[in-house]
Design a protein around this ligand. Structure first.
Ligand code: NAD
Length: 457
């Protein structure tokens, strides 16, 4: 039996219950100027209670199958339907709105205008294309700003584009630390598409707020750039995997591009039953990775890209040495003596949870491993970070891996593989790893405004 709904008394609703308020106010009927009914004034405690109740309700609702959510919301609509006349009267009284007009609507996507794309240094060519192509395809003009550490690929790419594109449509500006803020605050730029560290991403968002620029932020926690407790992409390895195969791919996921990959594997959790064997196999696989000049045959691990990153990553090697963490691969942990920014890849065996190698994003060829026993607990550890970019899950049964993947708070999960991005699929960060998406069928809409045209009959 549905409860009786009265349209002359009003309450806050918190945790499924009608809640009164110490303080009340009332609206005015804009047609007559008459006072309307009492409305509650929420207290700070009401907000706290509502947020806590929403947090409790959110997880089971998020796990409810889509069809079931549809059916529940249909029931909601069915419960409202008997009161449509009451609502018509209510809306007229509180808002003065004339009701009922027939219309037909068409929704269009229109380009935003000028997009400034700000790039990091770890993939100078790939990032430039990833940003300028959808911006142009959606009908915008684009100005690329490469990282000062790696300006050359983007400068050359845009030079070549001049053979085909009209002047001004795709431009590139290299520069110093003043250039980024000039772009993010410029009143005639409509969107900032930014990839880089979370700390800089927050500055970009703040600057963009001045003119309400659209932003897409693809972020990672840059090493020692932020006071937030760090976090970084986890690998969860279940006990039933093919150890030799998985070990080699884990090593690849951690050390590809000298570990300078936003979705690179940065913390490896291995089930305790196979921990020691997997670690040995990883050490053997890592030893096969030749370090040296990227132009030489067989070289898999090149130098760090720049001196700043090299010095930061060296702090993690120094931490391992100072605290006598057990490490694998290479004869010692001593640092490079040559001119280039080379480091021997290292696997750090079970460092404490509060060590920098666990809490910071390394972006270098050094990776920690830790054992796990309880599945729920390891998922909790993987999620215990403000970051949420990617993760990998390794298990014999893909359905089992999927169950773990669905509980990870990240934008991309790779099952039984090291991270391998695909531009045709959406790529996005959860939590402080970003806002918006790149890649996939919806990525073009990120470079558009929506326009709805209403035709009245
Ligand atoms: P960064 O944040 O220092 O710099 C990124 C870009 O922002 C550079 O072009 C820089 O010149 C510019 N910039 C700096 N200050 C600015 C400001 N105040 N306003 C506007 N622009 C400003 O990052 P980085 O060190 O170049 O790149 C490495 C970081 O990027 C790593 O943390 C890595 O994980 C992350 N990254 C993330 C993704 C992702 O998709 N989430 C992809 C690649 C790299």
């Amino acid at each position: 039996m549905a409860p009786v709904i009265r349209f002359d008394t009003f309450h806050n609703i918190v945790n499924g219950e009608l809640r009164g308020a110490k303080q009340v106010y009332h609206g005015l009927d804009p047609t007559t100027g008459d006072k309307l009914w009492d409305a509650p004034v929420a207290s700070k405690q009401d907000v706290e209670d509502a947020v806590a109740a929403a947090r409790r309700a959110f997880k089971p609702w998020a796990r409810t199958p889509f069809e079931e959510r549809v059916s529940t919301l249909r029931k909601f609509a069915d419960a409202v339907k008997p009161h449509l006349d009451d609502f018509t009267e209510l809306i007229l009284k509180e808002n003065g709105k004339p009701v009922k007009k027939d219309r037909e609507c068409h929704v269009h996507y229109v380009p935003l205008g000028i997009v400034a794309s700000i790039l990091p240094w770890n993939f100078p060519f790939g990032q430039a294309t990833l940003k300028c192509l959808p911006a142009l395809l959606a009908g915008n003009a684009c100005i690329l700003k490469p990282s000062p550490f790696t300006p050359y690929s983007a400068l050359k790419l845009v030079e070549i584009a001049q053979q085909v594109l009209p002047p001004g449509l795709l431009q590139v500006l290299g520069g110093d630390e003043k250039l980024g803020p000039w772009l993010t605050t410029h009143p005639d730029i409509n969107k900032i598409s930014f990839t880089g560290s979370t700390a800089t991403g927050k500055k970009v968002m703040q600057a963009a707020a001045g003119t309400l620029k659209r932003v897409t932020l693809e972020l990672s926690l840059k090493i020692f750039a932020d006071t937030t407790r760090g976090g970084n992409d986890a690998a969860i390895v279940c006990p039933d995997v093919d150890i030799q195969k998985v070990a080699a791919d884990l090593v690849f996921g951690a050390f590809f591009n000298t570990g300078q990959v936003c979705t690179g594997t940065k913390r490896i959790y291995i089930h305790e039953d196979i921990y020691a064997t997997t670690l040995q196999a990883m050490a053997v696989a890592a030893k096969k990775l030749k370090v040296g000049n990227g132009a030489d045959d067989g070289v898999v691990i090149g130098p760090l890209q720049n001196n700043m990153q090299y010095e930061k990553v060296k702090l993690l090697y120094a931490e391992a040495e100072k605290n006598q963490f057990k490490y694998y691969n290479g004869d010692d942990i001593s640092l490079n003596k040559t001119k280039g920014f080379f480091l021997q890849p290292k696997i750090i065996d079970n460092p404490p949870d509060n060590s920098l190698i666990i809490t910071e994003e390394q972006m270098g060829p050094i990776v920690p491993t830790q054992p796990w026993k309880d599945e729920a607990e390891v998922i909790e550890r993987a999620n215990n970070t403000s970051m949420g970019l990617g993760a990998t899950v390794w298990a014999k049964d893909p359905a089992h891996a999927t169950r773990i993947a669905e509980k990870l708070e990240v934008g991309s999960v790779f099952i039984n593989s090291s991270p391998k991005m695909a531009i045709r699929l959406p790529f996005s960060g959860h939590k402080e790893s970003g806002i918006g998406i790149e890649g996939g069928p919806h990525s073009l809409t990120a470079y558009c405004n929506q326009q709805t045209i209403h035709y009245f009959k």
